[in-house]
Design a protein around this ligand. Structure first.
Ligand code: TRP
Ligand code: SF4
Length: 536
C-alpha cells in the first residue's frame, strides 16, 4: 500500500466558515457530511484504513481514501482473498440524470464484479415514486439513463443482475417478511418518520432492506457489500438488525442452565477461568469443581478494569452475582447454546437431532458441549436453510466521500454548474471545469510562494476521484506540484477540463453502444403503470 504517496482528499470537509454542523445521516436530506471522523464515533462506522490492507488489490478509490468507512468489510475482503463467494449490491433512485457522483458507485460495483463477486444493480423506482413524487414516465426515462451509464462503464449484465424494484417479485416478498419484524416506532427513531409520512414511503424502506438482502436470497448466504454514500447508513444498520431478527436460532455461549446477557457472560467467563485454573494444580480437568455459588463469591470480590468497558461490566456485576448465587451447586461448564428465535417446531427438532456429541435440551434452547461457536453457527444456518429459513449473514457496507461542488459547497443536482452530468455535452463539461473554484491563491506569485491548497480544491478532487483513474502517479503529481507551488490553477484546470471533455465524449459513445445491450435485457423501461403524476 502506498500510504503517504497517495494524497487524500477531504471531500470538502474543510469548513471554510468554521461552522460546526451536527452529524446526521438522512437518506432523503442533503447529501453532505460535516466531518467524516464524527461518523466513526457517532454511528460506529469503521475506518476503511483498518481493512484496506486485507483487500487483495484495492481499487483506487480505496487507495486514495475516497472510500473512507465501512461496516464489516473484512468479511468481503476475506472471501475475495480466499476465492470464496461474495456479492455486491447498490441501488439508484431515478430522480434525474446520472452524474459523476453516481459514477463512484457504478465503478465500485463494476470493480467488485471484476474481482469475482455476484453483483447487483437496481433502480429504486418505488422509492423515487413514493419519497420523491416522481411520475412513472420520468422514472422510466431516468432509469434507462442510469442503466446505460452503468453498462457503458463496464458492468457485465451476463454475469450480474440488474432490476427495477417494482418488477422484482422476490424482493417484494422478502420485504413483506422483513417488514413483519420492524415497527413504526423504530422508523420514527431511525428516519424521523411521523404521522405525516406517507405509507408507501415506509414501504420503500422495507423494500430497500429486501434489496440489500436479495443477493443472499437468490443464491446462498454470503458476505455482501453495499457500496453507498454514508447517508444510506441508516438503511444498512436497519437491515443488519433485520437480518438477525429473522434468523431461526441465536447462537451464544453459556455456562449453566441459566441465561446471561453479554456483559454478564463476560464476567462469568472471567470467574470461571480464574477458578477452573486454580481448582486443580495438576493442569488436568478440574473444571467440574467450579460451582455456580463459588463463582458468585469470587465475582463479588472482583473489580473490573477502569474505563468504559469496565464500567459496563461493573454495572452488570450485581445481576451476574445474583444469577450465580441462585445457581447454587450447579457446576459451571462452558457450552454453546442455540436459542430458538423463530424456528418452526420441525426445524428445532431437526437442530436437536443434528447436534453431535453431548447435548442438553431445554424449553426453547439446546446446549451443545462438544461444538465450537463457529461449528454451532454453521450448523444453525444449515438447519435453517433446510427448513425454509433465510439464514442471512449481516450485510457489509462501504462508504465513499461526497464530492465537493465545482462551485464550492456541496454538489447539488439542482445547481447545474456545481456538478457534471454524465450526459453533459463534452464542451459544457470542459467549461464547467475551467470555471470551477480552486484551492489556489489570489495571485500566481503567491501560489508559487505558498503553494495551492489541493485539499480544499474541487479540481484536485476531480483528478483523484475520476480523471486520474488507476494512475496513482498522476494524482500524486498534481497534488505535490500544487502544494509545492509548481502548478498554477489555469494550466491545472485546462488539463483537467480536457480530460473531462475526453471522458464525457468517450462515455457517451459507450452509452450509445450500450443501447443495444440494454434492449436485450429483460427490464421493462416503458412501464404502463398507472399512478399519480408526481408532486411538482
Ligand atoms: N435509497 C437509495 C438512494 O437514495 C437507493 C436504494 C434502494 C439502494 N435500494 C438500495 C441503495 C439498496 C443501496 C442498496 O439512492
Ligand atoms: Fe487546485 Fe490545481 Fe489550483 Fe492546485 S493548482 S489549487 S489542484 S486547480
Amino acid at each position: 500500500r502506498m500510504d503517504g504517496d497517495i494524497p487524500r482528499t477531504d471531500g470538502g470537509t474543510g469548513r471554510a466558515d468554521g461552522s460546526t454542523e451536527d452529524v446526521a445521516l438522512d437518506p432523503w436530506g442533503s447529501a453532505s457530511v460535516g466531518d467524516y471522523a464524527d461518523l466513526f464515533a457517532e454511528f460506529g462506522i469503521e475506518s476503511f484504513d483498518d481493512v484496506v490492507d486485507d483487500v487483495p488489490a484495492p481499487h483506487y478509490l480505496m487507495r486514495r481514501g475516497v472510500i473512507f468507512g465501512h461496516r464489516e468489510y473484512d468479511a468481503v475482503a476475506e472471501a475475495m482473498a480466499n476465492d470464496e463467494p461474495f456479492a455486491a449490491l447498490s441501488g439508484f433512485m431515478p430522480t434525474g440524470d446520472p452524474h459523476i457522483g453516481h459514477k463512484l458507485v457504478f465503478d465500485e460495483l463494476i470493480w467488485h464484479q471484476q474481482q469475482g463477486g455476484d453483483v447487483f444493480g437496481l433502480i429504486a423506482d418505488l422509492e423515487a415514486h413514493a419519497a420523491r413524487g416522481m411520475s412513472w414516465d420520468e422514472i422510466d426515462e431516468h432509469a434507462r439513463s442510469y442503466l446505460l451509464s452503468l453498462l457503458a462503464l463496464g458492468f457485465d449484465p451476463e454475469d450480474g443482475e440488474l432490476y427495477r424494484q417494482s418488477e422484482n417479485r422476490a424482493v417484494q416478498d422478502l420485504g413483506f417478511e422483513l417488514g413483519a419484524k420492524a415497527n413504526f416506532s423504530e422508523f420514527e427513531a431511525i428516519y424521523g418518520f411521523d404521522g405525516e409520512t406517507n405509507v408507501s414511503h415506509m414501504q420503500s424502506v422495507v423494500t430497500q432492506t429486501a434489496d440489500i438482502l436479495y443477493p443472499q436470497l437468490v443464491d446462498e448466504p454470503k458476505p455482501t457489500v453495499i457500496p453507498v454514500g454514508p447517508d444510506q447508513d441508516p438503511h444498512v444498520r436497519l437491515t443488519r438488525d433485520l437480518a438477525t431478527r429473522v434468523r431461526y436460532f441465536k447462537v451464544t455461549e453459556a455456562f449453566a442452565s441459566f441465561e446471561l446477557d453479554d456483559d454478564e457472560r463476560q464476567l462469568v467467563r472471567t470467574a470461571y477461568d480464574a477458578l477452573a485454573a486454580g481448582s486443580d494444580g495438576s493442569g488436568g480437568d478440574g473444571s467440574d469443581d467450579v460451582r455456580s455459588a463459588d463463582a458468585a463469591e469470587w465475582l463479588a470480590d472482583y473489580e473490573p478494569p477502569a474505563g468504559e468497558a469496565g464500567d459496563a461490566l461493573r454495572a452488570a456485576k450485581p445481576s451476574a452475582v445474583e444469577t450465580l448465587r441462585a445457581g447454587g451447586k450447579e457446576p459451571l461448564r462452558p457450552r454453546v447454546r442455540f436459542l430458538d428465535r423463530n424456528a418452526t417446531d420441525e426445524a428445532f427438532e431437526a437442530l436437536i437431532e443434528a447436534v453431535d456429541g453431548e447435548k442438553r435440551v431445554f424449553e426453547g434452547h439446546v446446549d451443545a458441549f462438544e461444538l465450537s461457536r463457529a461449528e454451532a453457527a454453521s450448523l444453525a444456518r444449515e438447519v435453517e436453510l433446510a427448513h425454509d429459513g433465510f439464514g442471512f449473514r449481516q450485510p457489509s457496507s462501504i462508504y465513499h466521500r461526497f464530492m465537493t461542488g465545482l462551485t464550492g459547497g456541496k454538489m447539488s443536482s439542482s445547481i447545474p454548474a456545481s456538478h457534471i452530468s454524465l450526459l453533459d455535452d463534452p464542451e459544457d463539461g470542459y467549461d464547467k471545469v475551467t470555471s470551477a473554484t480552486t484551492g489556489g491563491r489570489e495571485t500566481a506569485a503567491k501560489q508559487r510562494e505558498l503553494g495551492g491548497e489541493a485539499d480544499e480544491c474541487p479540481v484536485y478532487e476531480l483528478y483523484a476521484y475520476l480523471l486520474a483513474n488507476d494512475d496513482d502517479g498522476l494524482a500524486a503529481e498534481v497534488y505535490t506540484e500544487c502544494v509545492n507551488g509548481e502548478r498554477l490553477c489555469g494550466g491545472c484546470k485546462e488539463q483537467a477540463a480536457t480530460m473531462m471533455q475526453e471522458f464525457l465524449a468517450d462515455h457517451q459513445e459507450k452509452r450509445a453502444e450500450a443501447e443495444a445491450v440494454l434492449e436485450d435485457l429483460d427490464i421493462d423501461l416503458d412501464s404502463d403503470r398507472r399512478g399519480t403524476g408526481g408532486e411538482h
